[in-house]
Write a protein that binds this ligand. Structure first.
Ligand SMILES: Cc1cc2nc3c(=O)[nH]c(=O)nc-3n(C[C@H](O)[C@H](O)[C@H](O)COP(=O)(O)O)c2cc1C
Length: 202
């Protein structure tokens, strides 16, 4: 069984999404002995903005272009191969960090993870579980700010477009309100991970 873990927060040890992602992956490791975990730190090894690259005749390309083509293919293969994808996703300006968006731009590939048909778009990357650790400075799950949530709504749209039907969000909201709220939100998210057993279906 393969698990792909992504972090996209540049806040290191202070990051709530990193802390929660690590807890989820620890639980999966415990539940599935021999779990094959691939980790990508999209903040410390940031991907450049997507640009068009030739996919043919890779050997004849300049070394830097070839390296980029191969890296993009590796990212796509990792996503396709994963049974579980654990995504650390802070809310940045109502959406996701550009570090994570650059990864999305590598895995949403026509003919590989989705295709357009006469009946509409079809996802080709189903059969996997996606667990998103969502961190927000404010509150968006309920109330007036719900309509401003382009972070979880965007990730739900992207993964379902690619054919993923099992998408879970574990969120820590109000992280910017103050230290007490931050601690309470983190504790609640950890309790959700522990109680609901994110790895129970393994
Ligand atoms: C550049 C930037 C933009 C942010 N934009 C928002 C936002 O639009 N709404 C919000 O509630 N919090 C926003 N925040 C706060 C983060 O979502 C919050 O601190 C979250 O905990 C970040 O996750 P992390 O701790 O894993 O880095 C922003 C933070 C940064 C650094």
């Amino acid at each position: 069984m393969k698990l792909l873990q992504l972090d996209s927060s540049p806040l290191g040890a202070y990051s709530v999404t990193r802390e929660l992602g690590a807890a989820v992956v620890a639980q999966w490791r415990q539940a599935v002995p021999g779990l094959d975990v691939k980790y990508r730190d999209l903040a410390s090894e940031a991907l450049p903005h997507w640009t068009p690259l030739p996919r043919e005749a890779v050997d004849s390309l300049a070394p830097d272009v070839r390296a980029e083509v191969e890296r993009n293919e590796a990212l796509l293969q990792e996503f396709l191969a994963a049974d579980v994808v654990v995504v650390g996703a802070p809310m940045y300006n109502f959406g996701i960090p550009s570090q994570l968006k650059a990864w999305v731009d590598r895995i949403a590939v026509a003919g590989r993870t989705f295709r357009y048909t006469a009946e509409g778009p079809q996802g080709l990357a189903g059969g996997k579980r996606v667990i998103v650790l969502s961190g927000r400075g404010g509150f968006y799950a309920d109330g007036a700010m719900q309509a401003a949530d382009f972070q979880e709504a965007y990730l739900r749209q992207v993964f379902s477009f690619l054919g993923v039907t099992e998408i879970e969000f574990i969120r820590a909201e109000g992280i910017g309100i103050g230290t007490e709220q931050r601690a309470a939100s983190l504790a609640a998210a950890h309790a959700r991970i522990a109680q609901h057993g994110v790895a129970k279906a393994a």
